[in-house]
Design a protein around this ligand. Structure first.
Ligand code: F6R
Length: 612
């Protein structure tokens, strides 16, 4: 989950490295660093604990000019966040930045210590630096040294290595953690993702598993794991990129901006996908995909975190609307358990980043199993998940910068609902229902705007929560995953412990937690489960619980001593999950603001979880 950028050019690359680090900060932000070779080939290394801005401030105090360099923003795995654990790691003339985990680092550390190497950090990465140094003592080029180092490493890595004795050369290696080559004119780059380089080049090559690359300003040579020189496809990126994506506009935080961008994100997700006859068009799914999809008898969804919660909502939709049996599983569980294979099954992964290690591993595993086809629901064009899936549907939410996912979640749900409607027609099922879904999707951006206008009411409500230690979220049916997602948002950005339950499950244990210190948040659309939900609410209320009910205005709730009702506008039942997460996102945001937490970069987290 760390961010990597490396550059070899004829011009000064300091600005490119710093700018790249800022764009990569979403991948990890506990420390950062860079190493550059100045015009006399001196290796200069700067490292700083904390945000990239601290490194920038440090950088400004020095005059460093150079045309070969590497930089890194870290999310700690081995060794706590500190200056000494920040990358690059140095072994005399070798500098290394690394994303991933070297699983046999302890063994290598012991061996290297016996060879008199002195370790200055607690990281697994430092072994790569010393091991490279050791191998190069035996002779050969940096590339040859790395080709000898790589077979000794077990685990995952995207790494870039530089040797101050040979300026103008970078060597990169990939296994398990992404690494891409950015091609420029008389300059070339390496990075953990396109975003780091998109302002300087549109031409990319993706390294495949096991690849090692040698990059100079004029030439790129790629070798596969057998040491054979190979070519990788050149990709012209069409990522929409504006220089001002880091501009918060009228908002104070990215998460606030992203919450308010949801009507537009959903419009983008729907653009060109609904026709004038209330039908869904998914151009990404060609004849072959359509043919395979028409045969599916089961859907397996695999994802992590918020994307998994989107999958849980989709399960309710797939089963109740299209009648297709659906299972949803957390990727880290799916990949390690023995599976009973279903017949004619569609394998769906959901991911904002498309780089989540567990989700990717699950996709790779699915290829060895008997799925009819794999389909990625993803936000990042060109991500590993998209490239490795048979087909993909982009959610088009736009770049999501805040670590806690908001607009990607509602855009994922929008695309999943499109898919439900699409399958209805493909499988000659309920065409009237397809039309109803399309009609509901047409009004969805407007419904989201209407609920966003409750922000002031929710801001006031947040004062009831900021001093609480524990909050319970409840929902029934497709609102149960919304309760889970609401609890996740509160945990992530306000650090208040929150737990979600299916409302009907309360009396089977969690009811023991209810007292007048634990607020209970419930979403209550006006649907067929409303009367059941009211019984659950009465159970809590009669035990002195304090309830906050986000309810449809016609659901018949009234405020009482211990029930606060937030009366929300009408929403079509089909899109109610997408609607009801909005007030919960806003509540988490305002509670976190009062608590003064870092809402965009919560402690211990990173946006893209590229390690297991
Ligand atoms: C929560 C959050 C995480 C991600 C999870 C999966 O707000 O952002 O739980 O949803 O790490 O990430 P993606 O969707 O990139 O696979």
């Amino acid at each position: 989950m760390c961010g990597i950028i490396g550059a070899v050019s004829q011009r000064d690359i300091a600005g490119i490295l710093i700018d790249g680090l800022r764009r990569l900060e979403y991948r990890g932000y506990d420390s950062s660093g860079l190493a550059m070779l100045d015009d006399k080939a001196n290796l200069i290394c700067l490292r700083k604990l904390g945000k990239v801005q601290f490194l920038v401030n440090e950088f400004k105090k020095h005059t460093i000019i150079g045309s070969t360099g590497i930089a890194h923003t870290r999310w700690a795995t081995h060794g706590q966040p500190s200056k000494k654990n920040a990358h690059p790691h140095i072994s005399e003339y070798i500098a290394v930045v690394h994303n991933g985990i070297i699983e046999n680092h302890q063994k290598l550390r012991t061996q290297l210590k016996k060879l008199k190497y002195v370790f200055t950090s607690e990281t697994d990465t430092e072994v790569i630096a010393h091991l490279t140094h050791w191998e190069l003592q035996k002779g050969g080029t940096l590339l040859e040294g790395i080709q000898r180092v790589i077979p000794q490493l077990h685990g995952t890595y995207g790494a870039v290595i530089m040797d101050s004795r040979t300026p103008g050369i970078l060597v990169g290696a990939r296994s398990g953690s992404p690494l891409i080559i950015g091609l420029g004119k008389d300059e070339n780059f390496l990075a953990s993702d396109q975003l780091a380089l998109i302002s300087i080049t549109r031409c990319f090559m993706y390294l495949e598993e096991g690849d090692i690359v040698e990059v100079t300003n004029r030439k790129v040579r790629i070798f596969n794991q057998n040491g054979i020189e190979i070519k990788r496809k050149l990709i012209k990126s069409n990522i929409q990129y504006q220089d001002n994506i880091y501009d918060k506009g009228i908002y104070c935080h990215y998460i606030q901006k992203e919450i308010h961008e949801q009507p537009d994100a959903i419009k983008n997700a729907l653009a060109d996908r609904l026709d004038n006859h209330n039908r869904v068009i998914l151009n990404e799914l060609n004849k072959k995909a359509q043919n395979l999809l028409s045969k599916i008898e089961h859907i397996q969804i695999v994802a992590c975190g918020t994307s998994y919660n989107a999958g849980m909502v989709a399960r309710y939709w797939f089963e109740s609307l299209s009648g297709i049996p659906c299972d949803v599983e957390i990727a880290s569980e799916f990949r390690y358990r023995k599976l009973a294979q279903r017949k004619n099954s569609l394998f769906i992964t959901i991911s904002q980043s498309g780089e989540t290690a567990d989700t990717l591993a699950a996709l790779r595993l699915s290829k060895k199993l008997n799925y009819l086809l794999s389909l990625a629901i993803c936000n990042v064009i060109g991500s590993s998940l998209v490239r490795e899936s048979d087909f993909s549907l982009m959610i088009r939410a736009g770049i999501e910068i805040s670590v806690a996912s908001t607009k990607a979640f509602t855009a994922q749900l929008t695309v999943l609902l499109l898919l439900v409607a699409y399958l209805l027609r493909l499988k000659n099922k309920n065409i009237a229902l397809e039309h109803d879904i399309v009609k509901a999707l047409h009004v969805l951006p407007f419904r989201i705007s209407s609920v966003l206008s409750y922000k002031d009411i929710i801001e006031v409500l947040a004062k009831d929560f900021f001093d609480k230690n524990y909050v319970i979220f409840l929902g029934r049916g497709d609102q149960f995953p919304i309760a889970i997602e609401g609890a996740l948002k509160l945990k992530e950005i306000s650090y208040i412990h929150a737990e979600a339950y299916a409302a009907g499950e309360l009396k089977h244990g969690p009811l023991a937690l209810i007292d007048n210190h634990v607020p209970v948040i419930i979403t209550a659309p006006n649907n067929k489960l409303l009367e059941k939900l009211k019984v659950n609410i009465a159970e809590i209320s009669s035990r002195g619980g304090i309830l906050y009910v986000f309810a449809d205005k016609d659901a018949g709730f009234v405020n009482s001593k211990n029930i606060k009702v937030i009366s929300l506008p009408y929403v079509e039942e089909l899109i109610a999950p997408i609607f009801y997460i909005i007030p919960l996102q806003l509540l988490s945001y305002y509670v976190a603001l009062i608590k003064g937490t870092d809402v965009d970069q919560p402690r211990n987290l990173a946006k893209s979880v590229t390690v297991e």
